[in-house]
Design a protein around this ligand. Structure first.
Ligand SMILES: [Zn+2]
Length: 454
């Protein structure tokens, strides 16, 4: 196997231990100069990739015309449909990745979880696989993990990247790791026993599993707050942070990323959004319809350019995820790294309900905050001809006799915050699994309106 130059990597991209003394605290002009130099280099490199070269030629875009990130919107966007088309035309991995088959050794292929359509493969050459570790490791460090800390990796080892990302991230921090996988591999009770018998500082997994673990611990007669040595949970996402913190008595942090990019946005203890790892990414937010960049603070689709890949190249990938960029200012944590808002939903899940745009994930945020719910929900759009309705089904462990009361309270919250009347139905815990698919990445939305098959 051809080796990778780790010294070069750590000089370019500070590993967790040095990142927070250097890039994290750099002044805006330093950050922007670094980002822009990397962007120019990345565009030169990506020009050799036939997938991008062809798209750019077709759009009349000259990569040499880009001097700073402000010039980047001249490059055309591409989305998952373009990636899928490339994979179909140039199997098995698509033209943007096929050249890796000549000469790159030791690559790994991970598949997306597939929130929409068929899952798609991402090939990671050894450099890229290590970089996932560096970028993820920073998220773990920011949450308070340190060399020698014991962590339980409870992401499922499967075809997707979450478990190996967490694995590499823990290694780059210098943690001691127990690889458990999810409850289907190592029973939840056994995982709680591991957490009790060893000084585990964190469990790396998805939010609902952390809640399941707390429930299992209580069922075993243990006190999740007093009987464990936990320090924090980095990046459990899905807005469940407050529930997780309440269950375990330690901080839980949000993050943003996806299969092709790793953690690009990470939350610091000052909260108020996610710091973008600007030495490794350029993040833009664009209008849903025109694709033009929107002003800071305005909701739009997240567009990502990666500055660190050596295998494929990601230049202006339209993620279809909704968020907003926040103006650059010094955070209470001391960092000038720009922040983006938390994940606000999927653009393709948008429902226009009585003239107002609404996303199922926005509803999910209020479900997560509801004391009587376990945070599980599923939204259905139905009706026709200007009599469209949204119904959210919510799981709750409450006494069935209280369900109407819980539903009415949540409907009131949704009306207050979203300005819309949304039907709420409270159901038993586990009842939504057939609709959401269970697992880490759940289907939250079904469109039953005529002509809208999601
Ligand atoms: Zn901060």
């Amino acid at each position: 196997m051809r080796g990778i130059d780790l010294r070069e990597m750590t000089e370019l991209f500070a590993p967790p231990e040095t990142f927070f003394d250097t890039t994290w605290l750099a002044e805006p002009d330093q950050l922007e100069a670094l980002r822009d130099a990397r962007l120019r280099a990345e565009l030169r490199r990506a020009s050799a990739n036939p997938f991008h070269a062809r798209r750019w030629a077709r759009a009349g875009f000259d990569p040499a015309s880009v001097r700073t990130a402000a010039d980047l919107p001249a490059a055309p966007l591409y989305d998952v449909a373009a990636v899928r088309a490339s994979i179909e035309a140039h199997p098995p991995f698509g033209e943007h990745q096929n050249f890796l088959l000549d000469g790159s050794t030791g690559a790994r292929v991970y598949f997306s979880d597939g929130t929409t359509g068929r899952t798609r493969p991402t090939v990671n050459v050894p450099w890229d696989a290590e970089m996932y570790g560096v970028l993820t490791g920073r998220a773990l460090w920011l949450a308070g993990l340190r060399p020698g800390d014991l962590v339980l990796n409870s992401w499922t080892y499967g075809t997707h990247a979450a478990a190996p990302f967490a694995d590499a991230g823990a290694r780059w921090v210098g943690c001691v790791q127990i690889t458990a996988s999810s409850g289907a591999v190592t029973p939840t009770v056994k995982q709680v026993e591991l957490m009790r018998d060893y000084p585990v500082r964190s469990v790396l997994t998805f939010g609902t599993h952390l809640l399941n673990l707390a429930e299992a611990a209580a069922g075993m007669g243990l006190d999740p707050v007093a009987d464990f040595t936990l320090r924090a949970f980095p990046g459990p996402s899905a807005g469940l942070g407050p529930k997780i913190s309440a269950a375990w008595g330690v901080e839980a942090y949000e993050s943003y990323g996806f299969n092709e990019v790793s953690y690009l946005g990470i939350e610091c203890p000052a909260r108020g959004g996610l710091h973008i790892q600007e030495d490794a990414f350029v993040v833009e937010v664009v209008d849903l319809e025109t694709g033009d960049p929107v002003p800071d603070g305005q909701l739009g689709k997240v567009v990502v350019t990666s500055l660190w890949r050596r295998g494929g190249a990601t230049v202006r990938f339209d993620s279809g995820d909704l968020s907003r960029l926040l103006p650059r200012q010094r955070c209470a944590c001391g960092s000038w790294l720009r922040k983006m808002d938390y994940f606000q939903g999927r653009a393709d899940n948008m429902v226009k309900l009585r003239g107002t745009n609404v996303w199922p994930e926005a509803i999910g945020k209020y479900v997560a905050a509801c004391q009587d719910s376990n945070g599980e929900y599923h939204v259905t759009a139905h009706g026709q001809d200007h009599r469209e309705e949204l119904t959210v089904r919510v799981e709750s462990p409450c006494d069935p006799r209280r369900r109407d009361e819980v539903a009415a309270a949540l409907a009131g919250e949704l009306k207050t915050h979203l300005g819309l009347r949304i039907n709420v139905a409270v159901v038993a815990v586990g009842e939504l699994d057939p609709l959401t698919g269970g697992g880490a990445k759940k289907k939250r939305f079904t469109d039953e309106r005529p002509g809208c098959g999601v």
